[in-house]
Write a protein that binds this ligand. Structure first.
Ligand code: DX5
Ligand code: ZN
Length: 217
């Protein structure tokens, strides 16, 4: 399948969020990535329900919501009601992960699990039957604009093998330090969804950057 591009609004101009979403609507992007940070799971606080609800009103692409929050079970239905289409929880934040991802699916969303750079992909083996996507964090979550961790390639290849061996239909997403310089190699290693924050929103021509991330020419 052709890979997907999911620009992260964390790097957008929040004073002009409507315009930024319109820019993404009119680009080759596939999804809109929303980073939710609670100041506990990660050392940063981003935005919450009111922002997602407003984005949802104008978004013409699915909302790919990445929860960097502790105990996400408390808020799954709220994120569904706010407009999330794909909901990803952090492996490290869930005590009963199978229950959490099953509830995400029961609510009608696609279920994703994100793993931090220190978390091995092998820990996901028993969870793969219950999810639609794995998000391999390629930086430590919390901030945009960090450098890509090169060791991530090994994890991507290992996960791709695990998924293919069992014949699962699961997307591999990467998030953190993705740009037009590493996108092609990531897709070559088996990535299906590229998240990009600063490389898109801080570029001179964000729509052209999205096009380059999508077309990889
Ligand atoms: C990191 C977030 C990312 C972030 C990526 O904690 O999960 O989605 O916005 O930003 P860049 O692409 O700038 O590294
Ligand atoms: Zn993210």
């Amino acid at each position: 399948m052709e890979h997907l591009v999911s620009p992260s609004l964390l790097a957008a101009d929040f004073l002009n969020l409507g315009k930024e979403v319109a820019m993404v609507n009119n680009s080759l992007a596939d999804w809109i990535h929303c980073d939710i940070m609670d100041g506990v799971f990660v050392p940063n606080i981003s935005f919450g329900f009111p922002v997602i609800e407003y984005v949802k009103r104008v978004a013409e692409k699915p909302l790919d919501v990445h929860l960097m929050i502790t105990d996400p079970d408390r808020y799954l239905s709220r994120f569904h009601d706010a407009g999330a289409n794909i909901l990803t929880v952090q492996y490290e934040a869930c005590i009963h992960l199978q229950r959490t991802v099953s509830e995400i699916r029961r609510l009608g969303m696609k279920a994703g699990v994100a793993i931090n750079p220190h978390t091995p992909v092998s820990l996901l083996e028993d969870t793969l039957p219950f999810i639609d996507m794995v998000l391999i964090m390629t930086v430590n979550p919390g901030f945009g604009g960090q450098s890509f961790i090169n060791e991530s390639y090994k994890k991507i290849r290992e996960l791709r093998k695990m998924i293919e061996k069992k014949g699962f239909n699961i997307l591999i997403e990467v998030d953190g330090g993705i740009d037009t310089a590493n996108a092609a190699e990531l897709v070559g290693a088996g990535v299906n969804v590229l998240v990009a924050g600063n490389s898109v929103f801080s570029s001179k021509d964000p729509q052209e950057t999205i096009r380059r991330l999508k077309k990889l020419d």
